[in-house]
Design a protein around this ligand. Structure first.
Ligand code: SAM
Ligand code: SF4
Ligand code: F3S
Length: 453
């Protein structure tokens, strides 16, 4: 009875504000959390002022992640100092790592939910509203999470939509918290994913980005990532398929082969190598060598020379000497990555590398700057080479001033072009007029989806 009253009250007025940090999977999770809390009457708001539930979806990958969350909670406290306190929920990877500690340290927090406990969110909220009892839910239960979430249709409807197919990691790279915050590798049932892809396509998705911390380790009763790609691209509404993030060790033959046959798989392979030195890769427990990485690169290039690579790099990992750094530099010259992320090693609590001897800060920064300079040089050169040529762009949305269209090339490069609403969701031909490191600017030439008379 009381629960029903709560539900009726919630239906009238509850608004949730979700702030998301971290990777694409957190973005996907935030959308799914919203799909769930909608069922107990919450409406999403982009204006925290009117929210009575404030949810932080957190990331633990680098830096002072934990302190940043407490700082953020401090900010929320200030924002609401003249208002009724909202229900404050901390979700995501910091929630998982810190669990009940968060409730002890910061009484302003009401609920703490780890990434594999989102199936409990509605009950936890309703229970809190009834009994005001703070709670922490951080069990790894990926099966229940996805079974529960698949009951709510994913009607995300964005032109480019994320779809998590795999979660967690068994690789235990020595620097990384993910195996501790996302738990063991779990692959969602094949059919559950295909149903979700269909639903996304029916609701406006034209590109699907398959997600997983180790997306190419996907294995459900023998179905692999290559099977998902082959099946999803059969959906006529879907124009492009991508996947991220893959591990070099899981670039299996079937996945490489699918590049020969697939019509919609994009020619950009995001394959983090982390370092160009075998010594460092071994110290990192990466389970692959530079030669194996280059072998995958060469095989894919042979199948389709248009394929480009992007990567993540960790610079100044403990033990990295000048020669190791040079090797990373040389690898970048050899592969000519189209776009990459690079970070100075950040020791993470609970990982093997937590207490290793750090490389001097000045040297670390110098190395990072050198690497980034090289990576940016590549990016600028590639973008400049596209000036005056025509590229295929998937229109995603209007720019903020509504005067132009934002879209992406096959290689994920941002393009701003003169166009209108009708170009959204379509692949259009754009002549590139100008470029900078991150973006291309151009004019529409024709709409490649239009039938030629
Ligand atoms: N699973 C992916 C792989 O194996 O390459 C990476 C996932 S991780 C969420 C994203 C990136 O964060 C990593 O590729 C790595 O470059 C970076 N990263 C992870 N832990 C880090 C740390 N302790 N310090 C600096 N960068 C880190
Ligand atoms: Fe982290 Fe990726 Fe290594 Fe897993 S494979 S531990 S997610 S870097
Ligand atoms: Fe961050 Fe967790 Fe993603 S630590 S990068 S939100 S898996």
């Amino acid at each position: 009875m009381k629960m029903q009253q709560d539900l009726d009250n919630l239906k009238k007025k509850d608004k949730i504000f979700i702030k998301t940090f971290g990777c694409q999977m957190n973005e996907y999770d935030s959308n799914r959390i919203y799909d769930s809390v909608k069922k107990i009457g919450y409406e999403k708001t982009d204006n925290y002022q009117e929210a009575n539930c404030y949810l932080l979806n957190t990331c633990h990958i680098r830096d002072k992640a934990k302190e940043k969350v407490y700082h953020e909670i401090g900010r929320v406290k200030k924002l609401f100092r003249f208002k009724k306190k909202p229900l404050v929920i901390v979700a995501g990877c910091v929630a998982q790592a810190e669990n009940e500690e968060m409730l002890k340290r910061e009484p302003y927090i009401d609920l703490v939910l780890g990434p594999q406990a989102y199936h409990k969110i509605n009950d936890t909220i309703l229970n809190f509203n009834e009994k005001k009892k703070k709670k922490e839910e951080t069990e790894f239960d990926a099966v229940s999470k996805f079974q529960y979430l698949s009951k709510f249709q994913n009607k995300d409807g964005k032109v480019s939509s994320f779809l998590t197919i795999q979660e967690g990691c068994d690789k235990f790279c020595h620097f990384c918290v993910v195996p501790y915050t996302r738990g063991p590798e779990y692959s969602r049932p094949f059919k559950q994913i295909l149903d979700e892809a269909k639903c996304l396509a029916d609701n406006g998705a034209r590109e699907i980005i398959l997600l997983g911390q180790n997306v190419n380790a996907y294995n459900y009763e023998g179905y692999r990532l290559s099977d998902l790609i082959t099946n999803i691209e059969k959906l006529s509404e879907i124009k492009r398929v991508r996947y991220t993030t893959s591990h070099p060790k899981d670039m299996t033959d079937d996945l490489i082969e699918v590049y020969k046959t697939s019509k919609k798989l994009m020619p950009l392979v995001h394959l983090p190598v982390q370092s160009g030195s075998n010594k460092i890769l071994k110290l990192m427990n990466r389970k692959h060598t530079v030669e194996e990485y280059l072998n995958t690169f060469d095989r894919l290039k042979e199948i389709n020379p248009r394929i480009q690579f992007s990567s993540d790099f960790i610079i100044a990992y403990p033990g990295e000497e000048n020669q190791d750094f040079e090797n990373t530099f040389n690898l970048i010259e050899r592969v000519k990555f189209i776009n990459s992320y690079s970070f100075i090693f950040s020791p993470r609590p609970g990982t093997v590398a937590e207490n290793l001897h750090l490389i001097d800060k000045t040297i670390s920064i110098e190395r990072l700057e050198k690497i980034q300079h090289k990576l940016f040089e590549n990016q600028i050169e590639i973008n400049q080479s596209l000036e005056n040529s025509i590229v295929d762009v998937l229109g995603e949305n209007l720019t903020d001033d509504k005067m132009k269209v934002f879209g992406r090339t096959e290689y994920m490069t941002s393009v701003i072009f003169n166009g209108n609403k009708s170009d959204i969701g379509k692949i259009v031909k754009v002549r590139i007029k100008k470029s900078n490191r991150n973006s291309l600017f151009g004019e529409i030439v024709s709409n490649s989806n239009q039938k030629v008379a």
